[in-house]
Design a protein around this ligand. Structure first.
Ligand code: TYD
Length: 145
C-alpha cells in the first residue's frame, strides 16, 4: 500500500557462549533500521478491550508501529486502498508515511504498542476529520502520480 511497508528488524537469539535459550533482542538504530531520524517515541499500554484509537492521518510525519507484547490490529487506508495488519511480533514493524489514515483496534490484554516518530509532537500536523483527509489525500496522491 502507498506510503506504508512492513519492516523486519533483527531478531537476535544467540548470545555468545550460551547454548540454552536466552530470549530475543531487537536493536533499532535511528536512520539505519528505520528510514528517518527518530525524534520521539511513545507507547500505548492498558488499552481496554473494545477500544479503538487512531482515526487520523498525518500530513508529513513518518512513524513505525511495533507491538512489543500481545497483538493489535491496525487498519490503514488511503483514498483508494485499505488493509488490515495484525502486529504481534516485536521484531516486525509497520512503517506509516504521510497521508495514510489509521485505526487501531483489538488491543489484546497486556499489549504494548510502541511508536517511533520522525518529528516532535505537533497537533497541527494531524488530519482528524475524515472528509478533510479524503480531499487532501486525493490531491496529495494525485500529484505524486
Ligand atoms: P492521539 O495521537 O490522538 O492518540 P491515538 O491516535 O492513539 O488515539 O493522541 C492522544 C492524546 O495524546 C492527544 O491529546 C495528544 C496527546 N499526545 C501528546 O501529547 N504527545 C504525543 O506524542 C502523542 C502521540 C499524543
Amino acid at each position: 500500500m502507498k506510503n506504508t511497508k512492513m519492516i523486519h528488524f533483527k531478531d537476535i537469539t544467540d548470545v555468545h557462549n550460551q547454548t540454552r535459550p536466552m530470549g530475543h533482542l531487537t536493536p533499532i538504530e535511528s536512520a539505519i533500521d528505520v528510514p528517518f531520524e527518530i525524534k520521539r517515541i511513545y507507547y500505548l499500554t492498558k488499552v481496554p478491550e473494545n477500544t479503538t484509537r487512531g482515526f487520523h492521518s498525518h500530513r508529513e510525519l513518518q512513524q513505525v508501529l511495533l507491538c512489543l507484547n500481545g497483538s493489535v490490529d491496525i487498519e490503514i487506508s488511503t483514498p483508494d486502498e485499505k488493509e488490515k495488519i495484525t502486529l504481534n511480533n516485536p521484531a516486525i514493524g509497520l512503517y506509516i508515511g504521510p497521508m495514510v489514515w489509521r485505526e487501531m483496534s483489538n488491543f489484546s490484554p497486556g499489549s504494548v504498542l510502541l511508536v517511533l516518530a520522525s518529528e516532535h509532537y505537533a497537533e497541527d500536523e494531524y488530519l482528524r476529520d475524515y472528509d478533510d483527509y479524503l480531499k487532501k489525500a486525493t490531491l496529495y496522491f494525485g500529484e505524486k502520480e
